[in-house]
Ligand binder design. Structure first.
Ligand code: HMG
Length: 385
């Protein structure tokens, strides 16, 4: 008998501050409509030095962690491109913070924004062989391009954590998926840099080409067509990018279906529009946004496009499960987003330059405003506190 495997629980975290895109446009002497409509972003998460990918991941995962779940976690797969150590995996720090059993395997996965999808697929394959096991998968990042760069409007940050299990509560994954790898220099970050390098326009073209390639290949493998889907969820570096992805395939649908797919896309971009790029977490925040704001019911078929610069693309699919709304904490997520404090451009710039991981010496961070359960208190003897 085949086991149904997929996403059972989801959690999300982004820090308590945001930058308004109209404020940023004014400060950069740009037309706000370029940011709000042209790029499609309204707010951007501002990441204080008291939060890094480990603490953000712990805050996201703790939304669904119970003692019972902890005991059955066999593996932690941490997708990130904002790692804090070249040797020790973020997953090991995370397993400790969450107090997971020492019988848990814990590793970090890197391939730009694709890391969490690699985690999801490896986890699903593992659970198909070990149906009693649960795998914790995380996508956590801080998207940084630099002050006054073209990419600045597409920054953001946060973490999405999810549990991959048999008989999942949220999404049953289809076993088939199509993927494509090519050595491309569209976006990269050499180890000596704290900000990414990007060939912006080129990266948007590669993204669209990869989507076309994996969508065509998925259809060839499955004989499925656009008519078989109720929604498509995209990796969203900025919402216009996902919109362009959808527009590429919309002509394959009937006019009524086009309207339904567009409405589903609007729901799936809502939270990303207010947080910005999460890199590895972006596709999964978009899925969470669809769950929270979309018109869904059991059995709806969802298509996912994952993209990581450099580059790797994958198209996969799954079915919404009857109790999907019990798989995430709606009130915690909505409070997190609505209670954020708007910071000025000057405050954002100061915070942007205050990163602990770029400072070599011991440091204690001011945590007066930190309300998160997990936060970085400083560094002592080259060790995170
Ligand atoms: P830019 O040069 O500042 O913007 O860079 P633009 O001039 O191309 O304008 C953007 C859009 O705004 C255009 O619309 C303009 O027409 C429109 P489009 O033609 O694209 O539909 N516009 C206006 N609209 C309304 N009112 C106005 C107005 N003015 C202009 N007044 C760029 C934009 C995205 C290139 C830049 O922000 C950038 O480099 N971002 C970072 C790279 C990126 O996000 N790439 C996405 C694909 S790669 C990817 O997804 C992977 C990634 O997540 C990393 C990873 O995998 O790890 C990035």
């Amino acid at each position: 008998m085949t086991v149904t495997v997929g996403i059972d629980k989801m959690g999300f975290y982004t820090p308590g501050m945001y930058l308004d895109m109209t404020d940023l446009a004014h400060a950069r002497h740009d037309d706000p409509n370029k940011y709000l409509i042209g790029i499609g972003q309204s707010k951007q998460a501002v990441i204080p030095p008291t939060q890094d990918v480990v603490t953000m991941a712990a805050n996201a995962a703790s939304q669904f962690m119970t003692p019972e779940i902890k005991q059955s976690i066999a593996m932690v797969l941490f997708g990130t491109e904002s790692g804090i150590d070249n040797s020790k995996a973020t997953a090991v720090y995370l397993a400790h913070l969450l107090d997971l059993p020492q019988t848990t395997r814990a590793v970090e996965i890197k391939q730009a924004c694709y890391g969490a999808t690699a985690g999801l697929q490896l986890a699903a394959d593992y659970v198909r062989v070990h149906p009693e096991a649960k795998v914790l998968v995380v996508g956590a990042d801080i998207a940084r391009y630099g002050l006054r760069t073209a990419g600045e409007v597409t920054q953001g940050g946060g973490a999405v954590a999810f549990l991959v299990t048999a008989n999942p509560q949220i999404l049953a994954l289809d076993e088939v998926s199509s993927y494509h790898t090519e050595d491309v220099m569209d976006f990269w970050r050499p180890v000596y840099r704290t900000e990414a390098l990007v060939d912006g326009k080129y990266s948007t073209n590669v993204y669209l080409d990869f989507f076309k390639t994996v969508w065509t290949e998925y259809q060839r493998q499955t004989s499925r067509k656009i008519a078989d889907f109720d929604a498509f969820v995209f990796h969203i570096p900025f919402t216009k990018m996902g919109r362009k992805g959808l527009r590429q395939i919309l002509p394959e649908a009937t006019p009524t279906h086009q309207a339904e797919l567009t409405a589903a896309f609007e729901a799936s971009q809502e939270d990303n529009r207010n947080v910005g790029n999460l890199y590895t977490g972006s596709l999964y925040l978009s899925f969470l946004s669809l769950l929270r704001h979309g018109d869904l019911s059991a059995g709806k078929q969802i298509g996912f496009f994952s993209y990581g610069s450099g580059a790797e693309g994958e198209f996969f699919s799954g079915k919404i499960q009857p109790d999907y709304q019990q798989g995430y904490d709606e009130s915690a997520i909505s409070q997190l987003l609505t209670k954020r404090r708007r910071v000025s451009v000057a405050e954002y710039e100061e915070i942007f330059n205050q990163r602990l991981d770029t400072i070599g010496s011991d440091q204690r961070l001011p945590v007066d405003e930190e309300s998160a359960q997990y936060y970085l208190a400083g560094r002592l003897n080259e060790q995170r506190q």
